[in-house]
Write a protein that binds this ligand. Structure first.
Ligand code: NAD
Ligand code: UD1
Length: 337
């Protein structure tokens, strides 16, 4: 059984490829390498002892995609390809709409033409905007605050509309909370370009000595210690949620759109994450209090009971393990790939 993984060379996609290969699937990756390196895939092959097929191309390249669907018989597509930097999306909205939305549109058209109608899409908790109540259920109101978030929401709408027109599609819209950590081998992990925007890679680079100190964006939130609270989820748990979704979609008698949160259901503050990382790495993580970051919300964590019921999936790893694995990756690969 062959799966097409778009964006498979990236952080989450490479972990998904590894998990798919280990679960016995064959894997074909399409990735433009706009934010990744093919080295991640070489390492996935080494770790699993299995090979995958790699195609360096943009998903908006209709001819290449069509050729892939002609040459391979896919049972499903896992769609990770996309640009994901919130601040950058505010500066370059058209690039984000072009890359994420137009690219996805071509992918879905080619899938439809090829009759491959099983899809797992990387959505994000960002579609909930500023949540009205916690934990966040899938039925919560949606609304976005930046172009990146809007691309995720529009792609969700596109797929729901597609299902209305053709109910044979089997679609999982997986809304990720905050993916962190790395494969236990320390061979693959998150490799941001330039100074990281997100908390965990920033902390890791401070611990390894690449950055001097962490800026803690706000200590005056109405939370346990005044810092922002998020639902951090181990990337390996996250990709196992995709395999669970793939199994459920494949076993459906008829088409469906399943929308599910992938989170742990627990919230951790910035200072709790700093403490957990210091414990795991045995390195100090000096920090300084900085003003709130524009667009940040105080707290956000998932109600993950629907994924538990529907996908028979739960996150297993806690924060200590997320930090240990992130540290192993960082320490072994201080310069990334
Ligand atoms: P990533 O940047 O590491 O991976 C994305 C991959 O897609 C990269 O390898 C990039 O080169 C590739 N890509 C981008 N545009 C492409 C295009 N048009 N054609 C072909 N390849 C393209 O990011 P990630 O953290 O692995 O995220 C994967 C997906 O999950 C993204 O869609 C992202 O928006 C979504 N997501 C990520 C997070 C997170 O915190 N990491 C949270 C929620 C949702
Ligand atoms: C951010 C994005 C979100 C995206 C997610 C995953 C914003 C506003 N939101 O979420 O859309 O889906 O990344 O890519 O960018 N923090 C610090 N110092 C830092 C970095 C972060 O104190 O240097 C704090 C933040 O204020 C927040 C927490 O750490 O309270 C987590 O931040 P981050 O890792 O950037 O994730 P989100 O803001 O949840």
């Amino acid at each position: 059984m062959k799966v097409l993984v778009t964006g498979g060379a990236g952080y989450i996609g490479s972990h998904a490829c590894l998990e798919l290969l280990e679960a016995g699937y064959e894997v074909v990756v399409i990735d433009s390498l706009v934010n990744s390196s093919v080295e991640s895939l070489r390492r996935v092959e080494r770790l699993t002892g299995k090979s995958l097929t790699f195609c360096k191309a943009d998903i908006a390249n209709r001819d290449t995609l069509t050729e892939l669907f002609t040459n391979h018989k896919f049972v499903a597509v896992m769609h990770f390809a996309g640009l994901k930097a919130v601040g950058e999306s505010v500066q370059q909205p058209l690039r984000y709409y072009q890359n994420n939305i137009s690219g996805s549109l071509v992918l879905f058209e080619v899938m439809q033409k090829a009759g491959v109608k099983t899809l797992i899409f990387s959505s994000s908790a960002t579609v909930y905007g500023a949540p009205e109540s916690l934990p966040i259920k899938e039925s919560a109101a949606v609304g976005t605050t930046n172009p990146y978030g809007s691309t995720k929401l529009f792609i969700e709408y596109m797929l729901k509309d597609l299902f209305v027109a053709d109910d044979s599609w089997r679609i999982a819209l997986l809304r990720y909370f905050n993916p962190v950590g790395a494969h236990v081998s320390g061979q693959i992990g998150e490799d941001p370009n330039g100074p990281p925007n997100n908390l965990m890679p920033y902390i890791s680079q401070v611990a390894v000595g690449k950055l001097n100190k962490l800026n803690v964006y706000g200590t005056d939130y109405p939370t346990q210690d005044g810092t922002g609270v998020r639902d951090y989820i181990h990337v390996v748990d996250l990709v196992r949620g995709h395999i669970a979704a793939l199994r459920v979609l494949s076993a459906l008698e008829e088409g469906e759109v399943i929308t599910a949160n992938l989170g742990t259901g627990n919230g951790q503050s910035v200072l709790e994450m700093v403490e957990a990382f210091e414990l795991a790495s045995k390195k100090p993580v000096p920090y300084e209090v900085a003003p709130r970051r524009e667009g940040d919300i105080a707290e956000c964590w998932a109600d993950s009971s629907y994924a538990a019921d529907r996908l028979d999936w739960r996150a297993e790893y806690g924060v200590a393990r997320m930090c240990e694995d992130a540290w192993r990756w960082q320490k072994n690969n201080p310069k990334g790939y």
